[in-house]
Design a protein around this ligand. Structure first.
Ligand code: NI
Length: 255
């Protein structure tokens, strides 16, 4: 079975058929889902889905592109939401220098502040890094994030960055981009990272894998990513499913 370690079923692109779609997961080999929170406004929908489905877990936290308006009171709201036993991580938090739509000093400030929150709450973190590799590693190191660990989602860094992140005790997640034609860098990283430190993800509704690239993504399509990773690692798809499923459970502290 598959564990989708990063999806956004709170996204408006699922408003039409969110529950109909989630009802089909178990029959399609999707055993567990971690829904990553991006904005304060996502929290209620995430808690609703967590309450409805035993296989559904969530994180709470604010994405770098959504952090411009954050204030200290929001940290209390996140902490309160994290009291729900189905909330298993703080995220997604990090840095995005690709869109660069929020001043970098603000992104860094709220990344560091939410890492503090994760340590206070003893929860692992889900980290977003786009075109901000060195600053992401530096902040993880300087903030003592190794204390809680977590996952670098949709990994796009180099082998050298993977090495540094693994040294901090983090897992590394690969998704649809691994199947893309120009995926050389991601494939190199996936070759390097030991299987017991890899998670699979979709980032649904984004980043649908080949051959569904460009369409709305969902956790069922993650089998194409599992097949690609099996090919890269030279093992069976079943082995990939088993190991990454258990890795994600360990990462998020799910029994
Ligand atoms: Ni995401």
């Amino acid at each position: 079975m598959l564990f989708d370690s990063h999806a956004h079923y709170d996204d408006a692109r699922f408003d039409e058929d969110r529950f109909e779609l989630l009802d089909t997961m178990s029959a399609n080999n999707v055993g567990l889902i971690m829904n990553a929170c991006a904005a304060m406004s996502d929290i209620d929908t995430i808690l609703e889905m967590c309450g409805r489905y035993p296989f559904f877990y969530g994180s709470v936290g604010v994405h770098p592109s959504d952090c411009a308006q954050l204030c200290e009171a929001d940290m209390q709201t996140l902490a309160k939401a994290a009291e729900n036993p189905k909330i298993k991580a703080i995220g997604e938090i990090g840095l995005d220098y690709y869109y660069d739509d929020v001043p970098r000093d603000l992104q860094k400030k709220w990344f560091a502040r939410q890492l503090e929150l994760a340590k206070e709450l003893k929860l692992p973190v889900i980290v977003h890094d786009r075109d901000a590799h060195q600053d992401t590693v530096d902040i993880l190191k300087n903030s003592g994030a190794a204390e809680v660990g977590g996952v670098l989602h949709c990994f796009s860094g180099s082998v050298e960055m993977a090495r540094q992140v693994l040294d901090l005790g983090f897992y590394i997640a690969f998704g649809g981009t691994l199947t893309f034609k120009n995926a050389r860098k991601a494939v190199e990283a996936a070759e390097f990272v030991p299987l017991d430190r890899i998670l699979l993800e979709t980032d649904s509704p984004y980043l649908a894998p080949v051959p569904e690239r460009g369409k709305r993504n969902n956790s069922i399509l993650m089998r194409y990513v599992a097949e690609k990773l099996a090919e890269i690692k030279g093992v069976s798809v079943e082995k990939i499913e088993d190991i990454t499923f258990n890795n994600a459970k360990k990462c998020f502290g799910i029994e």
